[in-house]
Design a protein around this ligand. Structure first.
Ligand SMILES: [Zn+2]
Length: 116
């Protein structure tokens, strides 16, 4: 993938994540794609504590994702974007299309996740 294309996609992703943070902070309500999969129930009265916990968990996921996107941008700058950080193999465009922030190839990612 062209570095310029990768950078544009990553910056777009970062902006989307920023928007997600704003949505979570404002107490949800908006449909932000990714976050709608996080099992958000309509707010019950008296469930504020649980909501705060859920909000914190959601923010943590978004922040971790932002971190990965920033790392990927740093790799664009360093000229190593698209290469697996473990085995150095060039990742296929199809994978980067789906996960522009991917730092490992599918094989290495599975290995990392298996040892978790
Ligand atoms: Zn690899």
């Amino acid at each position: 993938m062209e570095p310029a294309v990768a950078r544009a996609r990553l910056e777009e992703l970062l902006a989307e994540l920023d928007a997600s943070v704003a949505v979570v902070r404002s107490g949800g309500g908006g449909d932000s794609g990714e976050l709608s999969t996080l099992d958000q129930h309509p707010a019950d009265s008296g469930a504020n504590l649980v909501d705060a916990d859920r909000e914190e968990a959601a923010l943590e996921i978004v922040r971790a994702q932002q971190e990965r996107v920033r790392d990927a941008l740093a790799r664009v700058d360093a000229g190593s974007y698209g290469k697996c950080i473990d085995c150095g193999r060039e990742q296929p465009d199809e994978r980067l299309e789906v996960r522009p922030e991917a730092e490992r190839c599918v094989d290495c990612q599975q290995r990392v996740e298996a040892t978790r």
